[in-house]
Design a protein around this ligand. Sequence first.
Ligand code: TRP
Length: 340
Amino acid sequence: MNEKKRILTGIRPTGKLHLGHYFGAVCNWVKLQNEYHSFFEIADVQGLTDNFSNPEKIRINVREVTIDLLSLGINPEISTIFIQSTIPEIAELTVFYSNLVTMSRLYRNPTVKTEIKQKKELFGNSGESVTYGFVGYPVSQAADITAFEGACVPVGEDQLPLIEQTREIVHKFNSIYGDTLMMPEPVLSNNPRIKGLDGNEKMGKSLGNAIYLSDSKEEIEKKIMGAVTDPNKIKKDDPANPEVCMVYYYHQLLNNQNLETVCTECKQGKRGCVACKKELIQVMMEFLKPIKEKRHYYESHPEEVDQILKDGNKKARAISKQVMEKVKKNMQIDYFEQEQ
Ligand code: TRP
């Protein structure tokens, strides 16, 4: 057990999880938890960087995301799920690391750069919306990773610049204060980002095209019936090109049993889009059934969810305290520690 490496990854609790989260990241985490000691951080402090005026949104979603993770197969018997804000060492490390990062380096971080651009598009060019906390969140993410000696960080491609920034901080810290922090490696999931039923390259909450694990059958029916299909197919028995059809794209993700048939019938004009969508609804509901059952279980046992989080916080804190001891000693700010 002990020779297993540790992984640490995080998720912002800004909304319920959807299929994009599952296929893009969480299905990977579910597999990895058997090979690594796994720590999943509900990054509420990071979520607050752009939702600081909406604390109830973050509070509600800490629990929703936890329930989603449990329903998708994160097993609390072998993995640790914890809440970022319960670990004060993360905030302390963030302050210490902030000396090791220049402002220009943060502004050059491609992830931050893209997000600032998006904010300016939304709120205008004044820069009013770009806070110190926001520009600095890669520093806080470096603290997330290093506080638990996360050797491996499973992330999507968009997060690579943040891991790179963490590695730079670790390198600088260790070269100034001596070998202290563990150098993390990203573990890139090879799952592509999944597309929306509307044909958008990404499924996302803000794009309004997400299928949530908690969606009702009626919501799923509505979303699938409105999906984008081959625009050249006018009549029910026109042959069509499944490669440009979002319904087929989702059949590929979910319908292992009947995929060949869906594809050939579509190409030969033997399958109308309505029937094809109805089949997808059925397959999707089948896929979501065990997830929804677990979701329902945890929703009706909130005390169990609380206990999982409390246990997780405790386990995570025990590690971050040890790391902090080393950090303070090497930074020579371990006043009076020996006397206690
Ligand atoms: N920034 C990540 C995201 O938006 C979430 C995150 C927070 C994270 N802390 C982390 C990811 C630590 C990896 C490691 O998806």
